[in-house]
Write a protein of this length. Sequence first.
Length: 572
Amino acid sequence: MKRKTNINRPEISSEEIAKGKNFNSVLNEQVTITKPFFKKGWFLSSVVVATVGVITAVSLLIKTPENNIVKTNPAATINADDAVLSEFYKNEEAKPAINPPLEGVNVPYKIYKVIAEKGATLDFKTGSKMMIPKNAFVDENGKLLKGEVELRYREFHDAVDFFVSGIPMTYDSAGQRYHFESAGMMEMLAYQNDKPANVAPEKSINIELASNHKGTEYNLYKLDTVRNNWSCLGKDKIKKEANLSARNERFNDSPDAVQQTAEYKTVETKKAVVQKEKEVKIASLLKVSAEPKKPEEAKKDKHTFNIDVNPKEYPELAVYKGVLFEVGTENKNFTSSMYDVTWEEAIIKDGTKKGENYLLSLKNETKKYDIVVYPVFEGKNYEKAMSDFQGKFTKYNVALEKRKVDEAKIEAEYQSKIIALKKEQEELELKWKQIEENQFKLMNTDEKVKRMFALNSFGVYNCDKPSLYPKGVSCLANLTNEKDNRLMCYDVFLVDRAKNGLFSYTKNPIVQFSFDPQSTNLLWTVDNGVLYWLKPEQFKTIKGSEGMSNLKMDRVDQKFKTADELKEFFNF
């Protein structure tokens, strides 16, 4: 996220200047990657007054959570003149306002189709609701849209959602930076034919955003992606009613949920058993042999060969006596002169159409030919072959029809059982729906909250209250990897599980890192696409001090595809 520098700051106090004079502490605590200017010979020979002046200048450029002034620690100047680091920071600060940190992981959009002239009321699985009036959409030129409009909608309810979305959770007001504690955030975009649509003038879309937070201290904000800040739109309204997620959470923790799961599994098991029975019965039916091939009569204008055939290799031919092989029209190299040649070897093989044609190879010392031939019969041999074929074909048809009847009977039995199981499943679903609804009615009304507001433009909206950084322990934090190398990262996010938000820091080392030791905390950052985190138990080892605390972050090697996978990993 781009950072702004506030130059209208109060003067630094003499006490803060004096604290910057502890050079022994500074030299012992710094992490040297490139040699800092204050360790070079020309600097050490300079007067102390000049040194204090440099430290004071650095102090005026650094912000703290409380009053925008930091108690100076010269270690914050580490690598200040490093070209690689400078370019890295420059690139990070140039990135757009919404910048997902993990490639391929985000809160996905749900797609809805709305007919512009009719409007719509949309109910979401989260319990949220949207009311769209008729003729509520215009194109980029302000022309009223007709026909189908595509809505892309998504919600964000916890720190993992905020993190993976890359939506900034900081709010600058009157030179002070705040961090949002969210009661719910949503984004909606509209398109027609892949072109952005806007809300029509004098129209508004009403939102009822499901929330787990019932307080009235929240304001409504919209993200300004151009100025990279949030615009305060005033207060939302609170509507107390059935909260689906609270209902589901309560039900999922009840003994009834275990019984419901067991009953549903029983039905699914019965379906699998019925399917297996069907497969076994069909497999036990007698197999029908392949359809017999009708014999072809030899044509008087075609050339034929009489060849002895090995009955073991070609049983489909061996059943017929007197079979001849007719030369196919595809043979362009065949001539009748081949009959006058004494061939030392004649071999028959399967042809291009197995069971229909064959490849006859003729060979002697000087010549070799491959000829495509077809089995044919002539005279009495043809009459005998046709008689045999008719007998085989009749038996084949009888066997085939019997198998069809048997298969149809098995299928009918299967469908009958499946219909009965579907009815059983529907009865179960109705039963458990009534049980859940009864439990829902008994819920405390305080648990049922929706935050209501109207929007007249598309984008990101957030029900939030601004908050300062948590207090308790503070230090200069240097984030390192498993090899004790400093992480090359820009945005660092603190998760305080007592608050529904993200507290963000920039650059490493973090000049003044602070957290509440009484809360459960996590720390996230990304180095070159790799996620690192500091576990809650690791916060117990951090001691507040004027010096630097080296925080060894754990590398997360698991590849995530969805925000839900992160929530499971981090126990959200």
